[in-house]
Design a protein around this ligand. Sequence first.
Ligand code: KG4
Ligand code: ZN
Length: 349
Amino acid sequence: MTKVHDSKQYDLILGIETSCDETAAAVTSGGYTILSNVVWSQVAIHHPYGGVVPELAARKHMEKIVPVVEQALTDAGVNSNGIDGVAVTCGPGLVGALLVGLSFAKAFAYARGLPLTGVNHLHGHIAAIYLQPDPPPFPFVALLVSGGHTNLYYVTGAMDFEHMGQTRDDAAGEAFDKVAKILGLGYPGGQVIDQLSQEGDPERIRFPRAFLDKTGFDFSFSGIKTAVARYVENEDNATRHIADVAAAFQEAVVDVLVHKGIAAAKAKTCRHLALVGGVASNSRLRALMTEAAQEAGIYVHIPGPELCTDNAAMIATVGYYQLSEGKTAALDIDVYSKTSHSGRLGVVR
Ligand code: KG4
Ligand code: ZN
């Protein structure tokens, strides 16, 4: 992949990510090389509540941000004077959680006279693909599937996106989490459904595949979730074949994602497709997307699972590009809970 700018000014970027329930810090070199990538997960804290509690998330970020950043610097073998710039997630996400990362980043940058840049979390998920050894050349189509978003983009440059489609209701990850709750599998649901499905029969039940017959690139996942709830309500022995229910649900979601992802790449006559975001760590989605892409003559690019879920290396990478283009933030930069126009990048705020 060609670099946007061969920046000599910015090499080591400290990335900070606190948009949801992961306190994360990373150092990257030259935008592409990960020197450290520390993620402190709050999953155990929120697990008893069956979802992320925003107030608790913010408090835990406050407790962990300093040790996590210190660990990232130590792992990278640099001290804070060696850092060239600071990149921090400003949104979308939980406002209280975001504020912890942003306030820390402002103080860190101000105290050392470093440039600061605010990063859109969704942009970060796409940039995770640049951290792979063999990233896609521009242009490529990106399918971003996370807990809060299911979006399709046509990516023509590191900073240039065309929004192709999005979910009309639940995000794919949200559907995984809600169905896990319905099945009594706890929070977060994606990973546990992924594992349980390996013991199940995906063909035993057929859940609806919404929008599969529509030509556009929008998604809808709330119907699948409702269908699972209804099935569990009506079938007395549903809990006895819970692995089959999980596998059938997962198959329905994966089917739609694979179909739309490949169709979007074809519509753009694009031979490269990136699959990013937390749900891209799903083993069935990775396997079926790879299979379908091969059949269609499309190269599919998927980050390693640790770069699919929330991390700060992806934020540092976007920061590298932004700083190289002179996009620095003033100290009055603020957080935002939603990206304007439901995930359209380019106009970030
Ligand atoms: O990207 P991410 O870490 O955070 C957001 O930006 O939302 O994605 C988290 C989402 C959660 O909904 C989680 O259940 C889902 O990704 N997820 C998975 C898997 N691992 C995480 N979904 C399906 N299969 C997985 N293996
Ligand atoms: Zn995320």
